[in-house]
Write a protein that binds this ligand. Structure first.
Ligand code: TPP
Ligand code: MG
Length: 326
């Protein structure tokens, strides 16, 4: 993807979002290793370009539905990293008052309809948001982010079918990182490209290099334009890879069974590091000093967020029965 046509500010913006996500996830991993985090988290390390590219194509009032691997989507959508970290640590300043944790962060002011612990659960939710936008006659669109394995869930097929039939303004983003926990998607699915499933629903299916933020952005822009102009959904498959195991406690050993170099090959294609290199060598617009200054600002923000989350207190015991349905 040619960088030259993008303005300098936009290029730096892509990098900042990916770098912020990278640093966020590294700190969450530290929380786990230090025993500060109750439960587990599913890290987005390695997949940063997908959320950064897709969210850059959205307008202020659009919606996103997110998965169990949701931190990257939320950071890219502009959620506050300090409140996200507080939520992950179960603290009262978190987005869900510390009662939801990593998989239940939502920020309705940013159109974030929530991360989701139910695989494929966000797909009908985003579809519903798209239906609501169409019903109300707004020009909003909704994005659903989910994994390769989620695309084998009934919720995927039912939602895509309905959205296609009703021309709903929704973009289905498959983050194909090759695995559903330890199961290789190639062993349980008989199509090379999951985006080919779009044919069965009469909508466009796009395959894109999920390690290239600019390629993701352009594909997402096409899908968003189509949705916003009333022409219905798109299925966008982003080919990507997760650096870590399924969650912070999974060493992910199963991944070298077929190809012992698989992980290193994908890590060589690091979306953050490679974009940084290209910014300096190909864009002709940015200097090392400018990129380093942006990194330093993100670093300060990250450190402040860690401090905020660690210093925040746990919810009071009396709050245990607040904000529940029964
Ligand atoms: C309905 C449902 N089934 C099973 C699980 C257990 N589970 C959690 S994550 C996961 C795999 C998801 O893989 P994928 O959709 O590819 O997303 P990834 O973790 O690779 O990002 C499974 C089976 C669940 N949480 N919900
Ligand atoms: Mg997967």
């Amino acid at each position: 993807m040619d960088m030259k046509k993008f303005p300098k500010k936009q290029l730096l913006g892509f990098y900042e979002v990916m770098y912020r996500t990278r640093r966020f996830e590294e700190e969450v991993f530290e929380f786990y290793k230090k025993g500060l985090m109750p439960g587990l988290a599913h890290l987005y390390l390695g997949e940063e370009a997908v959320a950064a590219g897709v969210c850059a194509a959205l307008a202020e009032d659009d919606y996103i539905g997110s998965s169990h691997r949701g931190h990257g989507h939320l950071v890219a959508r502009g959620a506050r990293v300090d409140r996200m970290m507080a939520e992950i640590l179960g603290k009262k300043d978190g987005y869900s008052k510390g009662k939801g944790g990593s998989m239940h962060i939502m920020a309705l002011d940013k159109g974030i309809l929530g991360a989701n612990g139910i695989v494929g659960g966000e797909i009908p939710i985003a579809t519903g948001a798209a239906y609501s936008a169409k019903y109300r006659g707004t020009k909003q669109v909704a994005v659903s982010f989910f994994g390769d394995a989620a695309s084998n869930e009934g919720t995927f097929h039912e939602s895509v079918n309905m959205a296609a039939a009703w021309n709903l303004p929704v973009i289905y983003v498959i983050e194909n990182n090759l695995y559903g926990i330890s199961v290789d998607i190639r062993d349980v699915t008989n199509t090379e490209n999951l985006a080919d499933r779009a044919i069965g629903y009469g909508i466009p299916g796009i395959v894109v290099d999920g390690m290239d933020v600019l390629a993701v952005y352009e594909a997402a822009q096409t899908a968003v334009r189509r949705a916003r102009s009333g022409n219905g959904p798109t299925l966008l498959e982003c080919k990507t890879y997760r650096w870590q195991g399924h969650h912070v406690g999974d060493p992910g050993e199963y991944r070298s069974r077929k190809n012992e170099n698989e992980k290193t090959e994908w890590m060589d294609r690091c979306p953050v590091k490679n974009f940084r290199r290209r910014l300096l060598s190909e864009s002709g617009k940015l200097t090392e000093g400018e990129v380093a200054a942006a990194e330093a600002a993100v670093e300060t923000e990250t450190q402040n967020a860690v401090r905020f989350a660690v210093d925040s207190s746990y919810p009071d015991a009396q709050e245990a029965f607040q904000d529940i349905f029964v």
